[in-house]
Design a protein around this ligand. Structure first.
Ligand code: XMP
Length: 333
């Protein structure tokens, strides 16, 4: 007799058994539903032996890190530590245009920062009442993440080193360093959402669109620079807030504004300007393996377009991506 509350109870005791009575867990929390549910579960299981960390990789959305910290503190009593890696990530991404290379670098740098943080947590604990080793690394990996990264194999190579799963360095896969703990590994998105509700997580957070680990970097075609991140961020912020105001956020599964790699000529006032091209995407899907482009209301799309072009200097054009998946993917890279 399978019920979600039974499953939660079982998972909590499984985690306690696995982690043991003294080990500590460091958790990657992004503010999305998966990592938040995983963090809440971990907190229920081992309380303050769980350390929630958000690595700011410089390609998060506008004000996102601070907002996530606040939400987690207010609603869930989770004390999230933000590790500022923005400069390190952006320096490493300079000159990188190949999508797989972006993912690999971001995944590698992400794990490096977590390992460094785990060492700091251990040091800080030396005089604590129950000092323990940080042995585990929590990720909110879901079942579709696992299959997409295993099954997307071409004849010679993986098409995408997808998701949380694909970006891990070999030493972790080989079981050296931090050990992976992935309590949601057998669940689908709708099941994780249900679990979130049962754990008392706010509906807005439960229904949040997924946001990929490599962040805006795979929505910015070509090189990721501070300037281009800034433009993509501001366009995305306008787009998503207008979607929310229109009351259609929950009608789409994922939406974002990205940036083309080239530029295009536009007319600004009485002169021609060579500006950025913003790409708007919105899809509906149930499993994220296939997806349909969202059928936007034309008048709303035009209002969004004119706000983006008018408010963000350097943008000359806005286009809407009407491609389904397949053949397109949800992200641009
Ligand atoms: P695609 O673009 O492959 O995306 O249609 C399907 C779903 O997976 C997310 N996605 C990622 N998530 N790391 C992640 O954590 C990644 O490298 C990655 N690539 C895609 C995407 O946002 C969508 O929800």
């Amino acid at each position: 007799n399978w019920t979600m509350s039974n499953f939660i109870e079982q998972e909590i005791s499984r985690i306690r058994g696995l982690v043991g009575p003294t080990d500590h867990v460091i958790g990657a929390v992004s503010g999305g539903v998966d990592s938040t549910v995983a963090a809440k579960l971990m907190q229920e299981a081992i309380a303050d032996r769980f350390h929630a960390v958000l690595v700011d990789n410089g390609v998060m959305r506008l004000n996102e890190c601070q907002q996530v910290k606040q939400t987690l503190a207010q609603h869930l009593g989770i004390n999230l530590k933000i590790v500022d890696g923005a400069e390190r990530f952006l320096n490493g991404l300079a000159g990188v245009t190949e999508p797989e290379q972006k993912r690999k670098f971001i995944g590698g740098c992400f794990i490096d920062l977590f390992e460094e943080e785990a060492v700091k947590i251990e040091k800080a604990q030396e005089n604590a009442p129950s000092p323990g080793k940080v042995k585990w690394f929590l990720q909110g990996t879901l079942y579709p993440d696992v299959i997409e990264s295993l099954s997307f194999k071409g004849p010679s190579a993986t098409i995408k080193s997808h998701h949380n799963v694909g970006g891990l360095p070999q030493r972790m896969i080989d079981g050296q360093g931090l050990k992976l703990i992935e309590p949601l590994r057998e669940l689908f998105k709708d099941e994780v959402r249900e679990m979130g509700r049962q754990l008392g997580i706010h509906e807005d957070l439960v229904m949040r669109h997924p946001f990929p680990g490599p962040g805006l970097a795979i929505r910015i075609l070509g090189e990721v620079t501070a300037e281009r991140v800034d433009i993509a961020r501001r366009a995305d912020d306008i787009y998503i807030s207008m979607i929310r105001e229109a009351g259609i956020y929950n009608d789409m599964s994922q939406a974002y504004a990205g940036l083309d790699s080239s530029r295009s000529v536009g007319v600004m006032g009485d002169k021609r300007e060579y500006g950025y091209i913003v790409i708007l995407r919105a899809v509906r899907t149930s499993d994220f393996m296939t997806a349909e482009a969202y059928e936007f209301d034309w008048a709303l799309l035009k209002r969004i377009t004119s706000r983006i072009v008018n408010e963000i200097q350097g943008v000359s054009r806005v286009v809407y991506d009407s491609t389904s998946k397949p053949p397109g993917t949800i992200e641009l890279e």
